[in-house]
Design a protein around this ligand. Structure first.
Ligand code: ZN
Length: 399
């Protein structure tokens, strides 16, 4: 097992990848970094702990987080880019900080790390910059277009969880006068996003509302649009109508719809809530993100049942490598590996490399298990690695 694992890990490390989902922050953030800011802008920070400034507080921070997947893989990425082996702790804190400052003094370091250390050929960027517009290196990054805000066009003061409203984000002079005009404007924005180079649409609506988008009549949906008398129920029907229109537009423009599933508000956020929507739009490619963790088997069932569903393992190895191993194995037993993909889902190169190392580990561990059981041979394992890291994404997004 150990030998097979090591061989496959080397195989994964040498493979080039298409990173399907990333929030890489602008150049201005990446240059002149410190260890503390890197940690603040990582999933380690989502545990609600801060390292403080004393030796005691730093040691305690590391002790509390050491077993979590998010901290473990961030530490791995940090160690590799810094060229240091020692665990991160109070005694090594200043040495890591000095190394991070020295590396990131060079403005080109962060992109070199993505290309050379992480091995990315292309990266699909989900920018959280105001209104999603971010200057990027267009030879590496291609954008996905966030659609959450359109579900908040029902009133002037509504905003999605990123604080966005379509009027400001799209630069419209005024809101369209009627619901049908609003839908036409949304379709127009999607067409323009494609013309500007977007290769996908992205919904992070699991942070805004439940994921059951019911069929509604135009009249039902219109009752929620710019109507001071609208009930909360009317607003939900409006959102259902808008999201269904977005699904239709995704299919017609050939842009895959990337959908955050699993964590979020945890209110109807499991992927299975999308079942009827997926069935109603067979011409739309639905890319289910994050393995719907912790409801990972939803993704197996949906991918297996609907040919227009893809499973993207982005973020999952940083949430739980164990859950990702089990999902990967179940997916490999259910569908072609060309329906799988992976993205780092991080804000900077240090954590991105950690995420890549986590996915490499998951692939090597799962596939070496299958080889040792006699289920597959090394050539098949090599093929699967190529599909998950690159070919599945190239095919889905037409890159
Ligand atoms: Zn993300």
């Amino acid at each position: 097992m150990k030998d097979t694992y090591r061989k496959l890990l080397a195989e994964c490390e040498g493979a080039r990848a298409v990173n399907t989902h990333c929030h890489h922050l602008p150049d201005g953030f990446q240059q002149g970094q410190t260890l503390d800011i890197l940690l603040e802008n990582s999933y380690a920070a989502w545990n609600g702990l801060t390292p403080g400034r004393t030796g005691e507080s730093r040691d305690d921070y590391c002790r509390q987080l050491r077993a979590t997947a998010s901290f473990h893989w961030l530490e791995k990425g940090l160690q590799r880019l810094c060229g240091m082996d020692a665990p991160l702790c109070a005694a090594t804190w200043d040495a890591y900080d000095a190394k991070v400052r020295a590396l990131t003094a060079d403005a080109g370091f962060h992109l070199r790390a993505l290309r050379e250390d992480c091995g990315y050929d292309r990266v699909i960027l989900d920018s959280l910059a105001p209104c999603g517009r971010q200057e990027t290196d267009e030879t590496l990054f291609v954008p996905t277009y966030r659609v959450n805000m359109f579900l908040f066009g029902y009133g002037n003061d509504a905003k999605d969880h990123n604080g966005r409203h379509p009027l400001a984000c799209c630069g419209w002079d005024r809101m369209p006068g009627s619901y049908p005009e609003f839908l036409a404007a949304v379709r127009n924005e999607i067409r323009m996003a494609k013309d500007r180079g977007a290769v996908a649409l992205k919904s992070a609506l699991a942070y805004d509302r439940g994921q059951r988008f019911l069929p509604v009549s135009p009249e039902q949906a219109a009752a929620g649009y710019r109507n001071p008398e609208a009930s909360p129920e009317d607003v939900i029907r409006f959102q259902d109508g808008v999201f269904r229109e977005i699904c239709a537009a995704a299919g017609e423009t050939g842009l895959p719809l990337q959908v955050h599933t699993g964590l979020g508000l945890l209110k109807d956020s499991a992927a299975m809530q999308l079942r009827d929507l997926i069935a109603d739009y067979p011409g739309t490619r639905f890319v289910l993100f994050h393995g719907s963790f912790p409801w990972t088997q939803d993704v197996v069932a949906l991918t297996r049942t609907f040919q227009n569903v893809y499973a993207d393992l982005c973020w999952l190895p940083l949430l739980s490598a164990a859950a990702c191993e089990s999902l990967l194995r179940e997916l490999l037993e259910s569908v072609t590996p060309l329906r799988l993909a992976w993205g780092c889902d991080t804000w900077h190169s240090f954590e991105s490399l950690g995420a890549r190392m986590a996915m490499n580990h998951v692939l090597a561990k799962t596939l070496s298990g299958l080889i040792d059981e006699g289920r597959i041979d090394p050539a098949q394992a090599e093929y699967v690695i190529g599909c998950v890291l690159k070919e599945g994404a190239k095919r889905c997004y037409g890159l």
